[in-house]
Design a protein. Structure first.
Length: 139
């Protein structure tokens, strides 16, 4: 885990799921996943959006800050189809499903409305890739 991620993880755990800096006030989740090639266990901090109709589901966004490629964690999660998450002080298992089509577009647009950086990421990736949205459902 990079030092930057390690610092975010430590801050998250020390503050019952809250972090400061560029993520101040944003909903954060720690996603535990296993490398599909390395087999190494990793924890990735990321912003999420709660499903408004289903409290057992959160959405995460493989934006990689608008980079031209998907983050490794995206491939790890979609390959495994399951993971473990920490939300606040709670830790639980989830199933992983990619959201596509109009549903994906609606969810991503709402995240971009709430957090304009996501709109900027979509502009950076336009014509290169569509930023994936994953539904993490409590198992």
């Amino acid at each position: 885990m990079s030092d930057w991620n390690a610092d975010i993880v430590a801050e998250f755990r020390a503050n019952e799921g809250r972090v400061g800096g560029p993520f101040e006030g944003a909903p954060m989740v720690l996603v535990h996943h296993v490398g599909r090639k390395s087999g190494r266990k990793t924890v990735s901090p990321m912003m999420y959006m709660q499903d408004e109709q289903d409290s057992a589901t959160i959405y995460v966004f493989a934006s990689k800050a608008g980079a031209p490629t998907n983050p490794d964690w995206y491939y790890n999660l979609t390959t495994a189809g399951k993971a473990e998450v920490e939300v606040g002080t709670e830790q639980y298992l989830v199933t992983v499903a990619e959201v596509t089509g109009p549903e994906r577009n609606t969810i991503y647009a709402e995240q971009a409305r709430r957090y304009p950086g996501f709109a900027e990421y979509a502009v950076k990736t336009e014509g290169i890739r569509t930023i994936p949205v994953l539904a993490l459902r409590r198992a």
